[in-house]
Design a protein around this ligand. Sequence first.
Ligand code: CA
Length: 233
Amino acid sequence: MREDPVVLVVEDEPDIRELMSYHLTKEGYVVLQAEHGREALQILKAEQPQLVLLDLMLPELSGIEVLKTIRYTWAMTDLPVIIVSARTDESDIIIGLELGADNYLSKPFSPKVLVANVRALLRRAAQRPQEAVPDEKIQVGKLRIDGERHEAYWDKALLNLTASEFSLLKLLASSPGRVYTRNQIITAMRGDDYPVTERSIDVQVASLRRKMQSGSSSIKTVWGIGYSFQEHP
Ligand code: CA
């Protein structure tokens, strides 16, 4: 049994692959490398890494195809996946997030951001219960959510939220560090009693931030993409 977490780096550019591997190895992770999508799937099956860093533009099989296989064909819904992409591929990033990637990094990225993202997602995966239990109680840093009572507290103070603000906060806080696209938020909040639009989500985020006061910066705007809850902003 390996004790250090195993991370798979899927990247066809050798320089970037080596750079990522270097920084992750230095942090104590065991790093596996794949040069293209097909190899990534072989390694995933054989080695069962705990996290995948997935370039989108890959030979043999694209990152999007690899992600589809992970999430749909194999139903590995809990495996943390960070997509890595050029900044210009915003629409691919959105597709990746909507296919179930947890987060993304745009190239070029700083090694610190890379390591921080890997660490945050592995910590969250370790905390997640194996069985899907309803996350009626959420505690992330100073935020506490009681789903049954529809109450949210920041630093022990009850937040006076509307029903939709509560749902939005609960969604984001249920997966700290995960980036939600506006579309995903709209889909998740449909069924609540009001029309949800991209604009209404922005308005609700602004209102939530006002009400959370010192906690306002924990709701992070991911420019052009959506929102994310950060435990340590
Ligand atoms: Ca590439």
